[in-house]
Write a protein that binds this ligand. Structure first.
Ligand SMILES: [Zn+2]
Length: 290
């Protein structure tokens, strides 16, 4: 993140942040395959990350209590309008340390972009970050260990002075995947360089079932890494040897943003995380927050 102020690079703001100018991104949605346009707009109030669209009576806050489903992506609803696959957009905003942002979508799903959060993060970065001097930033921290376990999926958060550090393990029995572990302290410049570019992925044996269920319709090698029986198909090759685990981290950051405030002074260890577990863990952190 060349040229960004040090405070932004290290996310050391104490006041709430939004973007300086409007930013636009267009493309097709991953699961529904329809053209989509996203407009990021600065938010004047301490309103958090919110979605708006043509049919919305009022903005829909990106919060755990609005989650409508977590199958192959995180969907939120106000009861009338549902927005699918919000996690990559939320990840970009949270990863860059943006507290307040209005995200206008002209359809049900944001563009898939290249399957990562990088195009969104770059658009937001280009729009510039602005600190709001009158609005103090609220963060979430914990006093004791918080744990969530379901089957082979587990999360454990421990208090740790500093920002937010996450260790994540992704594992799959496929012979080309195995187990991958990544660990990062979340700072906007590291997020942009090391997490945002990691693309979503799928296994060929899942793709048929996915399409039959009406999902993954916009998916192609332009916006996903595909793991076939004998090879990993990735446009331009894998961006990182552990791109899959990094993408899981990208998703986790996006889903944890649904807690409604940045997590701070915390060390999280996540093993085999998925959207359902991420959202439940975000709920639990909110319940246990100081
Ligand atoms: Zn994802």
């Amino acid at each position: 993140m060349t040229g960004a102020p040090a405070a932004w690079r290290d996310n050391q703001f104490f006041m709430r942040t939004t973007i300086q100018t409007t930013a636009v991104f267009e493309g097709i949605g991953l699961h529904k395959g329809k053209p989509a346009r996203v407009v990021f707009t600065p938010a004047e109030g301490p309103t958090g990350l919110r979605f708006t669209g043509p049919g919305f009576a009022q903005p829909l806050p990106a919060r755990v209590d609005k989650v409508a489903g977590t199958v192959r992506g995180t969907n939120i609803t106000d009861g009338k309008n549902t927005i699918y696959t919000v996690e990559h957009l939320l990840s970009a905003a949270a990863g860059l340390g943006i507290d307040d942002l209005d995200i206008e979508i002209n359809g049900e799903e944001p563009p898939a972009a290249d399957g990562s959060a990088l195009p969104f993060a770059e658009a937001l970065r280009k729009a510039g970050l602005r600190e709001k001097p009158a609005q103090e930033r609220r963060t979430i921290s914990i006093a004791d260990t918080v744990e969530f376990v379901k089957g082979e999926t587990s999360y454990i958060a421990s208090p740790m002075p500093g920002g937010l550090r996450i260790k994540l393990t992704y594992a799959h029995p496929h012979k080309l995947v195995g187990s991958q572990t990544v660990e990062f302290t979340l700072r906007p410049d590291d997020y942009l360089k090391s997490v945002a570019p990691a693309r979503t992925f799928g296994f060929t044996h899942e793709l048929e079932a996915l399409k039959k269920a009406g999902l993954g319709l916009g998916g192609s090698l332009d916006n996903a890494v595909v793991i076939a029986e004998e090879e990993i198909l990735a446009k331009g090759g894998l961006r990182f040897p552990d791109e899959l685990a990094r993408h899981k981290l990208l998703d986790l950051i996006g889903d944890l943003a649904l807690a409604g405030a940045p997590l701070k002074d915390m060390y999280i260890e996540a093993v085999r995380p998925g959207h359902a577990g991420n959202v439940n863990f975000a709920k639990l952190l909110l319940e246990k927050a100081l």
